[in-house]
Design a protein around this ligand. Structure first.
Ligand code: MF3
Ligand code: CO
Length: 250
């Protein structure tokens, strides 16, 4: 799973450099699929419950699961959430990033940064001996404190030999404490945070989820390994993130 995750991180870094105003969301998908295969992976989203792409491309008010389209063009000022996953030797990885294309409002920039930070607030508790819903509550509280809407209709999940395994990992406070975390667990933790209302609409294409008020939404996700010590991000090996985790020990 570490290798699978590291491959996926590479895909995301290539995608980051690829997106620019004028390209279509289908071009993003095709580029991402090519990268996944070039590295020796298999796209796990492709044909998942009939999903037609390898990358979910969700722009601005789209929360998740945007379907790549030839006539949907990225423009300056957009925030583009890219959710990608792959299988390597049977092991799944799943990660999402939200990229800002050029310049955008201060509030939207902050939404993107705060969404990423809510993930790190959550994984403070992604440690042996802590409980699953400590992660959920920490993500939700961080977002609510800043006035955002926390999407409740979708959540994170266990991951391993399948893309979606138990447990479900909500991004908001739960009753009870949830399961005890033990080393070796692998979790896809993925806050979806809205600038306005938490409510979402499901589009008639069967996939795309949008904010009910059509204000922007951001998404950040990594596949996380529970260890004896600090959580290990299998899909993000940056020293900055490692230091962030170290500096945020509970
Ligand atoms: N990464 C998504 C998730 O777990 C999975 C997308 S499945 C797809 O949230 F079919 F939409 F690709
Ligand atoms: Co996921």
């Amino acid at each position: 799973m570490r290798t699978s995750g590291h491959m996926l991180e590479e895909v995301h870094l290539a995608l980051r450099d690829f997106i620019k105003p004028g390209i279509s969301t289908l071009e993003i998908d095709e580029f991402g699929e090519k990268e996944i295969r070039r590295l020796g992976g298999i796209p796990n989203f492709l044909n998942y419950n009939g999903y037609p792409g390898s990358i979910c491309v969700s722009i601005n008010e789209e929360v998740v699961h945007g379907i790549p389209k030839k006539n949907k063009i990225v423009k300056e000022g957009d925030i583009v959430s890219l959710d990608a996953g792959l299988i390597w030797k049977g092991w799944h990885s799943d990660a999402a990033r939200t990229w800002i294309v050029g310049e955008t409002d201060e509030a939207v920039k902050k939404l993107v940064e705060d969404t990423r930070m809510s993930f790190f607030e959550g994984i403070r508790y992604a440690r042996a001996g802590h409980r699953l819903y400590e992660i959920s509550a920490a993500i939700g509280q961080y977002a609510i404190d800043r006035g955002y809407g926390v999407v409740e209709d979708l959540c994170g999940h266990g991951i391993g030999t399948s893309l979606h395994e138990s447990p479900q990992i909500p991004n908001f406070r739960q009753r009870g404490r949830g399961m005890r975390l033990v080393p070796g667990m692998t979790l896809a933790i993925e806050p979806m945070i809205n600038l306005g209302t938490a409510r979402v609409d499901w589009m008639a294409d069967g996939w795309t989820v949008k904010t009910a008020d059509r204000k922007p939404s951001a998404h950040y996700e990594n596949t996380v390994l529970i260890t004896e010590g600090d959580p290990e991000l299998l899909t993000c090996t940056g020293e900055e993130e490692r230091e962030l985790i170290r500096s945020m020990r509970p």
